[in-house]
Write a protein that binds this ligand. Sequence first.
Ligand code: ASC
Length: 150
Amino acid sequence: MKQVVSIALAVSALIVALPASAQFQKPEDAVKYRQSALSLMGAHFSRLGAMANGRVPFDAKVAQDNAALVETLSKLPWPAFVAGSDKVSNTKAKPEIWSDHGKFTQASENMMAEVAKLSTVAKTGNLDQIKVAFGNAAASCKACHDNFRQ
Ligand code: ASC
């Protein structure tokens, strides 16, 4: 039994350690994956935006749940920007993602940091602070889109 557990642990460690590209059989799969993650992130971010902008009544629990989802989802797209996946027909990803990769990574890390702050702030239930954190997070989304999305 102990041996079975250690083998299982070794196998799962190996799976986690596999290079990101190995998760995708073809570039199209990587594009679909990152578009799905970003689309879900946008959906949950918009629900927060509706409250931050006063379009729907503020509900602290809904804000907190959506901010937590955005934070989790924000971690997903990046390994799916695999080399060669700017050649897929339906992608808006610019070649600069790969040619200026340091700047792209910096922009993605900045966005992850801003949405993590938003999630922390959402737990306080303070709408004024949420509005500020939402604005900063939205700016971090836009900064990346301006430079790296067609
Ligand atoms: C959203 C969404 C984005 C960002 C961006 C912020 O709700 O889908 O991509 O906000 O528009 O500037």
